[in-house]
Design a protein around this ligand. Structure first.
Ligand code: PHE
Length: 341
């Protein structure tokens, strides 16, 4: 009996079911009321008692085998769409779009990386600021035009102290100076806001990275060397810088910094307006009055500060000429930066 069952196992395994007809044939032959399994279960009566249990188990196994084979073929034959024969495995798969980093964020990371190599930490602060951190501690005289409604977005604070959206991240540096003891070497990347009409060359918000270095005997030469290092890391070894005297309330002396135009190798082109130079940042020695406002002894310490717009650096690096592109989220623009880190 056991051998017989084993030979039926093989028979069932080899039975080929290709269509509904052969499926029906299989059912009648093995599972039907006059089928093989019915007969075999009938024969169980004549099996000696001591073998009944084993044979019974084998028969149950045989029945499950036949039932499973029947059910699985029935399922595929009943729903032909799902059967493997109708799936076109050569069809190309569907592409899933891969996002990319925003160009401003790529350049931001690069700037942070360049300064972190010479020991600068990253500090951040609130976008909504009080007058002290954005203006007063930075030596802005009360009548300074930057405080004017035309430049600053003021925020009504329910009759409490008036707040503003920060106009630069120098406000973060005030917070750092108030809370840390020199030596301080930090950069503050962040979004800043100015009340300007939106055009290709101006926007009501943009991104800055400002830097601050305070220690004993920090000199203007240190500032120049740091900025030259930055320009060469960012724009290539051949980059040169030049400093032009300027004015900021919080630095004295102050300068604006140009980098040699890498687009035309300083020969003159429409980007550098045929001067060979491009303005990239403002800088200067921290005004002693600012150090004192933040609780740092200006007789013991000196320092320098600089600030640049990330949009400006990105514009020079990737030749993007319209500031509005950065915030419009047009995928045709953003897609050009896939592959960036
Ligand atoms: N805070 C200045 C600005 O927003 C930039 C700057 C920073 C200039 C530090 C000098 C020193 O324009």
């Amino acid at each position: 009996m056991k051998d017989k069952i084993e030979s039926f196992v093989k028979e069932i395994n080899h039975f080929s079911i290709e269509d509904l007809q052969s499926l029906e044939k299989f059912r009648i032959q093995y599972l039907g009321t006059k089928g093989l399994l019915k007969d075999l279960f009938g024969e169980l009566k004549s099996v000696p008692n001591e073998d009944k249990k084993d044979v019974g188990q084998l028969l149950n196994g045989l029945r499950s085998l036949a039932e499973e084979k029947f059910n699985s073929h029935k399922e595929t034959l009943d729903s032909p769409a799902k059967s493997s024969a109708t799936i076109d495995t050569s069809r190309p798969g569907e592409n899933s779009e891969v996002g990319s980093r925003h160009p401003l964020m790529m350049v931001r990371s690069e700037i942070i990386e360049i300064f972190s190599r010479i020991g600068y930490s990253v500090s951040e602060g609130p976008e909504m600021e009080d007058d002290w951190h954005n203006f007063s501690a930075l030596n802005f005289p009360p009548e300074h035009p930057a405080r004017d409604m035309q430049d600053t977005f003021f925020i009504d604070n329910d009759g409490k102290e008036e707040m503003a959206l920060r106009t630069h991240t120098s406000s973060v540096q005030v917070r750092v100076m108030e809370n840390q003891k020199p030596p301080i070497r930090t950069i503050s990347p962040g979004r800043v806001f100015r009340n300007e009409a939106i055009s290709a060359r101006a926007h009501c918000f943009f991104h800055q990275v400002e830097g601050l270095y305070i220690d004993k005997k920090v000199s203007f030469a240190d500032l120049k060397q740091t900025l030259l290092y930055f320009a060469q890391e960012m724009f290539g070894e051949k980059a040169q810088i030049r400093l032009r005297p300027s004015y900021f309330p919080f630095t004295e002396p102050s300068a604006e910094v140009d980098v040699s135009c890498s687009i035309c190798n300083s020969k003159g082109c429409n980007v550098c307006k045929y001067t060979g130079w491009l303005e990239i940042l403002g800088c200067g020695m921290v005004d002693p009055a600012v150090l004192e406002s933040c609780g740092i002894d200006s007789k013991e310490y000196s320092g320098f500060a600089f600030g640049m717009g990330i949009e400006r650096i990105t514009q020079l690096k990737y030749k993007v000429n319209d500031l509005r592109l950065y915030s419009e989220n047009d995928v045709r623009f953003l897609k050009q930066f896939t592959g960036g880190i």
